[in-house]
Ligand binder design. Structure first.
Ligand code: GTP
Ligand code: K
Ligand code: MG
Length: 439
């Protein structure tokens, strides 16, 4: 082991606040804490009140709680100290300056605490990503997904597949090592079954329609309809602010206007679009092309019409599985005839908006919750899983066991990239050790 820098950084946002937490990690954390408090280290993991003074000149810095987490039982696996300071700029700056003057201490790079935790084997990469997701989570559903991933659910799923493939590889390699005897037929069958099982599981996981990624980024909902139906008015009502221009002039909206929302705990990105109609205006026509594009890309389409007008004839506005249909302005047309699936609303009076929100939330939830198994959450994972699936697809028809083994290795390496465990050879040694094939 080489001696490492000791890093420190505020764990709370800069600026004024009740409490600011400063964290230190590395071999110098203990000596630094002792130097600041001028006493022996406190009992591990017990919040202890202490006077903090500048080790250089004894100038008082703050009075606050300090915590001591000796490695390896800490977040980073190293010695960690935490200072709970009064949350003022001068206090934090003073302590940071004092720490900077100590030998072997330096400010942490972004993500460096979690990076050290990963290197110490405290977290796999999916869990490290979950830490970032949890910090960024803005809705209840995002928080729950990140917590599940942080708990290792996703990493365990991928590691489970890796273990299965590792076994299949060990069996295939055994056939190479003992060519005279050949692989006992039951082992060959088991290896084949393992590969088929993992391939099917990966295909299922890839096929979940981007559920987890959607939960991170938001479900995309496009508001579509004829001019003046009240699309922009509805966007503003749902966003509770004047995000889009509303006017009684048909063709007001030209550009797509997006608003990110927390919809009953689910993240959505709502897009207002240009009203659909035949037009000679070039700019409006471009806006309408963008509406059509948005309609095609959206996860859900919210199609809105004026209740007093006929249902729109544009095929982009027809019914469909991902369409929610709305008749607006019922304040002006209380006796309007509605289709069975249409929700009557008035953006002006607020009537029906709760029912619309219920319907939207239900559609979004359906889109986001699959069978409850951990969802694929990142494009990075998807790319690696596609690589693994490609390699596995070649295994059953490999003309030589050497080539099957090579493809299994490729698949293992791809899966290992997701969790950050790429030690195929080590694991193979271990497996071989426990693997009884008669020699
Ligand atoms: N009476 C009534 N008027 C409404 C209602 N909702 C919107 N409006 C009015 O309808 C007109 C058009 O509203 P917009 O929100 O601009 O309609 P739009 O669908 O975005 O129109 P374009 O962008 O031109 O396609 C405005 O004058 C709104 O005030 C409603 O529920 N009742
Ligand atoms: K309008
Ligand atoms: Mg508009």
């Amino acid at each position: 082991m080489t001696a490492r820098d000791t890093i420190f950084a505020p764990a709370t946002p800069a600026g004024r606040g009740g409490v600011a937490v400063l964290r230190l990690s590395g071999p110098g954390a203990g000596p630094a804490l002792a130097a600041l408090t001028r006493r022996p280290l406190p009992a591990p993991r017990v919040a202890t009140l202490a006077e903090l003074r500048d080790p250089a000149d004894g100038a008082p810095l703050d009075r606050g709680l300090v915590l001591w987490f000796p490695g390896p039982g800490s977040y980073t696996g190293e010695d960690v100290a935490e200072l709970h300071l009064h949350g003022g700029r001068a206090v934090t700056r003073g302590v940071i300056e004092a720490l900077s003057r100590l030998d072997g201490l330096r400010p942490a790079e972004p993500g460096e605490f979690t990076r050290r935790a990963f290197q110490a084997g405290k977290l796999d990469l999916t869990e490290a990503e979950a830490v970032a997701d949890l910090v960024d989570a803005e809705t209840r559903a995002q928080r729950l997904q990140a917590l599940r991933q942080l708990g290792g659910a996703l990493g365990r799923l991928y590691e489970g597949w890796r273990a299965g493939l590792m076994r299949a590889l060990a069996m295939t390699e055994a056939a190479l090592d003992f060519p005279d005897e050949g692989l006992p037929p039951d082992l060959a069958a088991e290896a084949e079954a393992l590969v088929a099982e993992v391939s099917a599981a990966i295909a299922d996981h890839l096929d979940d329609a981007g559920r987890g990624e959607r939960l991170r980024d938001g479900v995309h909902i496009a508001i579509l309809g004829p001019v003046n139906a009240g699309k922009s008015s509805l966007l503003n009502a749902l966003a509770r602010r004047d995000a889009a221009i509303v006017s009684d002039r048909p063709g007001t909206t030209r550009d797509v206007v997006e608003v990110a929302l927390d919809l009953r705990g689910f993240p959505v990105v709502l897009a207002d679009t240009a009203g659909l109609r035949d037009t000679a205006d070039e700019i409006e026509a471009e806006g309408i092309r963008r509406s059509h594009r948005r309609a095609a890309e959206a996860d859900l389409r919210l199609v809105i019409r004026d209740a007093a007008a006929a249902a729109p004839s544009d095929p982009a506005l027809g019914p469909g599985p991902d369409v929610i249909r709305v008749a607006n302005k019922i304040d002006r047309a209380p006796d309007a005839v509605l289709a069975p699936d249409e929700i009557a609303i008035s953006v002006r009076s607020g009537a029906g908006l709760d029912r619309l929100l219920d319907a939207l939330a239900e559609a979004v939830e359906r889109r986001l919750t699959g069978d409850g198994s951990p969802a694929l959450t990142r494009a990075r994972h998807r790319a690696a899983l596609l690589d693994a699936a490609d390699a596995l697809a070649r295994v059953p028809s490999a003309p030589l066991p050497e080539l099957a083994a090579e493809d299994l290795r490729l698949a293992l390496r791809a899966l290992g990239r997701i969790t950050g465990r790429v030690d195929v050879e080590d694991m193979l040694d271990l497996l071989f050790g426990s693997f009884c094939i008669g020699k």
